[in-house]
Design a protein around this ligand. Structure first.
Ligand SMILES: [Cu+2]
Length: 350
């Protein structure tokens, strides 16, 4: 005990600067902005729980980077029904007009060793999509309907590995994966006004149906009153699911800067490049002709998102909030455009 105190006193006396730096990573910018995961580690034996909420708003369709009206999306009345995009006839049954994607996330982190933090995240998506009907539909052309789906999504888990750290920087590898706990097949009679039961199209499904590899790499650097970071993160489905398809590969490159207003309050600015590839394979029940959200090649594209955020600490509680408008997007085929997301989280570590 005496020896330990003596060593501690010596350490403080000999390197008060290093001690001060140790504290630098515990200020309001200790976590990256709310839209980022896997950016920090916890000390051995320490736990963190987090509840995160995200809502994404998508309204109006785009072909490539050109906006199209709802009327253009279902095409002129009469045969050939719907519209032809990239040689594919679609939206004869209906066209989506807007979508709200909500996600409730329960996140737990545990410092297994000084250099390895384990994590898991449960997802509860709640998806709502509005549509207008096209020609090939017993409900009547131009009428509208709404579909909804919610429940468990896929579950993420993995290990964050410290590659290198000093008082002012961290290199962290994310060896993550997701498990297909989200349902990918539900039917609804709403689109046909009760006439026929149809499976919900791809973006209304709760999971990918596959095991996904989610490797990533993060770099963070802390300066006196500000910090910055970079992250490359992927989401890569392995093989095909039981419906015979796989969702697209996803690649995200983020960079962000946080500025400390006080030790407990920071503001952040983030830029995100997001690439998604087309789906592979095909669910045999997904009919291209009926609606664009059934078309496997109309799922990919490029998005540039900007995150304006703030981070706040009080009595050991950590709050993280971000408003994320989509600044630019180039979509494969015809798809709903993304307008903005809002992400908010509460976490506590002990
Ligand atoms: Cu954490």
């Amino acid at each position: 005990m005496l020896l330990r105190r003596l060593t501690l006193a010596l350490a403080i006396a000999s390197s008060s600067y290093a001690m001060a730096d140790e504290g630098r990573k515990s200020l309001a910018d200790k976590h990256a902005p709310a839209g980022i995961m896997g950016d920090h580690l916890h000390d051995e034996g320490k736990w963190m729980v987090e509840y995160k909420y995200m809502v994404m708003s998508m309204e109006d369709n785009r072909i490539g980077d050109n906006k199209v009206s709802d009327a253009d999306a279902i095409g002129p009345p009469g045969p050939p029904a719907g519209i032809n995009v990239n040689g594919i006839q679609t939206n004869a049954g209906a066209a989506p007009t807007d979508m709200t994607m909500e996600m409730h996330m329960m996140h737990v982190m545990y410092g297994a060793t000084e250099n390895v933090t384990l994590y898991t995240m449960l997802m509860l998506p709640s998806l709502t999509m509005d549509h207008i009907r096209g020609d090939m539909n017993p409900g009547g052309r131009g009428t509208s309907f709404t579909t909804h789906n919610s429940g468990f999504g896929d579950t993420s888990m993995g290990a964050l590995i410290r590659l290198y750290s000093d008082e002012r920087q961290d290199w962290i590898a994310n060896l993550g994966c997701s498990v297909p706990t989200g349902d990918i097949y539900r039917e609804s009679t709403i689109p046909t006004a009760g006439a026929v039961s149809q499976p919900l199209p791809y973006p209304m499904r709760l999971g990918s149906g596959t095991f996904n590899a989610k490797p990533g790499l993060t770099y963070k650097r802390y300066c006196d009153w500000w910090s910055f970071g970079y992250q490359f993160q992927t989401d890569l489905p392995i093989g095909r699911n039981y419906r015979g398809y796989s969702v697209g590969d996803e690649f995200r490159f983020n960079s962000w800067t946080s500025v400390l207003l006080t030790d407990n309050w920071a503001v952040s600015l983030r830029g995100e490049h997001l690439w998604r590839t087309a789906y592979e394979g095909q669910d045999p029940t997904a009919n291209n002709m009926v609606i664009e959200t059934n078309v496997e090649s109309f799922r990919g594209g490029y998005w540039y998102n900007m995150g304006i955020g703030t981070q706040f600490m009080k009595n050991g509680h950590y709050f993280n909030f971000e408003f994320v408008p989509t600044i630019a997007q180039d979509l494969d085929g015809i798809q709903l455009e993304t307008d903005y997301s809002v992400i908010a989280s509460w976490s506590k570590a002990w």
